[in-house]
Design a binder for this molecule. Structure first.
Ligand code: FO1
Length: 320
């Protein structure tokens, strides 16, 4: 039987919701997910991959659904023990169940196993119904350069420290992708962009989730060369980012917090750009050449709305 092939560029929560809808909308599809790894961080000696895990746990039915990340039915005995020892950092909490994932990943990384192979092994347990590939097996991390203050010179912190410990404040001077220049696409990534019937850019953070995936050397060239349609989904609804952090990231990067502003980051790649009906007129007026702007409901509040959005993406890709 012919199975339609769909490749999705994915960050964390927004992408995981979209993928849940896509699996439901097209149960027979052969779905490959290229996941962002620039949020990854080493804590207590453990390598944590938040976006890969969010996709894996969500599609595998093991995520904390209200929170969007981490495990369901979680306990925090180990985190309490870390705190009792004064073991820093205490601003990032790893749950007991989640820790097992990071221990296995870190042990295999220490033996030289590539992250893509490890992700495959972890997915054998979770059966996410998609093939999940990290964007790269090489270490890439988003760091945030904070402004100089009276008492302290400019300094850079890991993205997670800025977001979780500092609550996304102050506004950074800039984001830096450490390690990106020498990163190579993980095995299977470039093929997934070529041997596919559609590529979807999930409604993930354009700066710190989709941005790093597109910044892996060779990615943009492969996307420009693919014969498959590329459909992007706006993370902006009615001029506001669905997740607030994206607004700061866009503003700091000099990108307008509008559906047209975000489209500008991908315009050389897109066949179609899905925007909220409220943003359609302004986005069309912005005149993105060669990109079809389609207004559809974007809010994924439950499984039905996520599946409807996935269906709209398939229509825009000409697969329905
Ligand atoms: N986010 C928080 O705000 N606080 C946490 O303590 C925290 C722990 C955590 C552990 C594992 C994991 O996979 C994600 C975790 N997150 C936490 C979420 C994460 O910081 C962000 O959702 C993403 O990296 C941003 O896209």
């Amino acid at each position: 039987m012919f199975r339609v092939r769909i490749t999705v560029l994915a960050g964390g929560i927004g992408a995981a919701r979209f993928l849940t809808g896509l699996r439901r909308a097209e149960p027979q599809a052969d779905i490959t997910v290229i996941g962002n790894t620039a949020d990854d961080i080493t804590l207590h000696g453990l390598r944590v991959c938040p976006d890969l895990d969010t996709v894996m746990y969500t599609l595998g039915g093991g995520s904390h659904t209200e929170q969007g990340w981490g495990r369901s039915d979680e306990r925090f005995t180990v985190a309490e023990e870390f705190r009792a020892y004064g073991g820093e950092p205490t601003w990032f909490t790893l749950g007991d169940r989640d820790i097992a994932t990071h221990v296995i990943r870190t042990r295999l990384l220490g033996r030289g196993t590539p992250l893509s192979e490890i992700t495959d092994r972890l997915c054998q347990r979770w059966n996410p119904g998609v093939r999940l590939i990290p964007m790269t097996d090489d270490r890439v991390e988003t760091h945030v350069v904070l402004p100089e203050e009276e008492a302290s010179p400019a300094r850079a912190v890991h993205f997670q420290e800025w977001w979780v410990r500092l609550h996304g404040s102050p506004d950074p001077e800039r984001f830096e992708l450490i390690g990106i220049d020498s990163a190579r696409p993980a095995p299977g990534v470039l093929d997934a962009l070529t041997d596919t019937d559609a590529v979807v850019i999930a409604p993930s953070n354009p700066v710190v989730s989709v941005g790093p995936i597109l910044a892996v050397p060779g990615m943009r060239a492969a996307l420009r060369a693919t014969s498959a349609p590329i459909v992007g989904i706006s993370p902006i609804i009615g001029g506001r980012a669905v997740r607030g952090m994206a607004e700061t990231c866009l503003r700091v990067s000099g990108v307008a917090v509008t559906a047209a502003g975000v489209a500008g980051l991908y315009a050389d790649l897109l066949t179609a750009w899905l925007v909220a009906p409220a943003d359609e007129a302004d986005t069309v007026a912005a005149g993105l050449s060669g990109v079809r702007v389609v207004g559809v409901p974007l809010l994924m509040s439950d499984a039905d709305s996520s599946a409807a959005l996935a269906g709209d993406a398939l229509v825009a890709a000409g697969l329905r």
